[in-house]
Write a protein that binds this ligand. Structure first.
Ligand code: AMP
Ligand code: ZN
Length: 273
């Protein structure tokens, strides 16, 4: 099926967006989020883009320059926030300190801080929805990772529409590429000549997710990723019924929504103070 039609169908079937929604696309500069940016603009949504500059040297500079170029071509307003300005240090510096003290992996630290900043900034910008570039490969890896950790419940917030918890401080996240294999996004993005760097983040090697990705790719079975995700979505309504939404708190330090007294981002940042 045609790539664009498939994305459109996901948006329609899962009611990801209304025409009146103000949608913000979280763009990393990678092929997935740049594709989401292009397609939502093409489909005529009221949108803008948000980028967190991780200040990882040349890597970040090249991404930022591509994002600026693409947003200006598409006439999409862009909001850029710097990790150094928001958190006081570059992502590499934060990671090198926290890694040894808290025994957390690079990608875990970066992911938690990014999600925390993205949610906060999107809310401050008045977004109704926050779109990310997660694709079928990301989704199937996440399901398997949670399975292997012995706790599928960690994934109750997964799915093309993220947000069982309706809270004024949580911006609802949507994933228009949820059913599109990564390879297809790459082919589309290359065909469209999007200004994108195709190498993975230099820090990703060794991450647990990376090992799961290799395992799934080695299987070489195109249908397997789709089956993993579809069977998970079938049991998701049952998992969601078990969640106690009253467990939601506001972090005692930053007042962002979280499940415990302090949010994970504040716990990480407390390691470097
Ligand atoms: P990742 O966790 O790197 O697989 O990224 C997942 C999604 O988060 C991407 O598709 C983007 O939508 C978003 N994202 C990742 N990094 C950034 C960033 N630096 N700034 C804004 N959004 C980001
Ligand atoms: Zn906090």
């Amino acid at each position: 099926m045609n790539f664009e039609i498939k994305v459109k169908q996901t948006i329609k079937k899962y009611k990801l967006l209304k025409k009146s929604d103000k949608v913000i696309v979280a763009v990393s500069g990678g092929k997935d989020s740049m594709t989401v940016l292009y397609l939502l603009k093409k489909l005529g949504y009221n949108m803008s883009a948000l980028h967190i500059n991780l200040e990882m040297g040349k890597w970040s500079e090249m991404h930022l320059s591509n994002i600026k170029k693409f947003c200006s071509e598409l006439k999409v307003p862009l909001h850029v926030y710097s990790v150094r300005k928001e958190l006081g240090r570059s992502m590499c510096s934060i990671k090198s300190i926290v890694k040894s003290r808290a025994k957390l992996q690079d990608c875990t630290i970066c992911g938690i801080l990014r999600r925390w900043l993205i949610n906060k900034k999107a809310r401050q910008l008045g977004a109704d929805k926050l779109a990310t570039g997660h694709n079928l490969d990301d989704a199937s890896q996440t399901v398997l990772m949670n399975y292997f950790k012995g706790n599928l419940m960690i994934g109750v917030n997964e799915g093309p529409y993220v947000g069982i918890i309706s809270d004024r401080k949580f911006v609802q996240r949507i994933k228009p590429l949820y059913f599109i294999p990564e390879k297809e996004v790459e082919i589309y993005s290359k065909k469209m000549k999007f200004p994108v760097i195709y190498e993975r983040c230099p820090c990703v090697v060794g991450a647990y997710r990376h090992r799961i990705r290799q395992m799934l790719d080695e299987l070489g079975d195109k249908k397997a990723k789709e089956n993993i995700v579809k069977s998970f979505l079938k049991i998701l309504p049952k998992l969601r019924k078990k969640v106690n939404i009253h467990e939601l708190h506001y972090c005692k330090s930053c007042h962002e929504p979280c499940r415990n007294e302090s949010c994970k981002a504040c716990l990480i940042m407390s390691e470097i103070r």
